[in-house]
Write a protein that binds this ligand. Structure first.
Ligand code: TYC
Length: 98
């Protein structure tokens, strides 16, 4: 009997964890300044970056705010949703596997 084995697997089986896009969606009621504040507060963006991204969402309907690991993305989404709800704004924030 043959004892000769052939190694076919050379690629190490260490996969990177999946990443998640966090997006904000436009609506007709949330004030622009509130969205700008949310982006500064929860995503560490400058006022200029926040204002520009808010305008993109306002014009295009949605935009990716950042890409994070699952747990971070989930935390960002609930922080934004809680904050919007507490201020009675309908702002929506969602996540999607990249
Ligand atoms: N469209 C809103 C307005 O005109 C502003 C807005 C921008 C709301 C971005 C949500 O994610 C948003 N007041």
């Amino acid at each position: 009997e043959s004892d000769i084995g052939v190694a076919l697997e050379t690629r190490p089986k260490t996969k990177r964890p999946p990443m998640y896009k966090v997006m904000i969606l436009n609506d007709d009621y949330t004030p622009m300044e509130f969205v700008v504040h949310v982006l500064e507060r929860f995503f560490g963006m400058t006022h200029e970056q926040s204002f520009e991204l808010m305008l993109t969402v306002h014009k295009k309907g949605l935009a990716v705010v950042g890409v994070f690991s699952f747990e971070i993305a989930e935390t960002k989404v609930s922080q934004v949703m809680d904050f919007a709800q507490r201020h009675q704004h309908p702002l929506q924030c969602t996540m999607e596997k990249e």
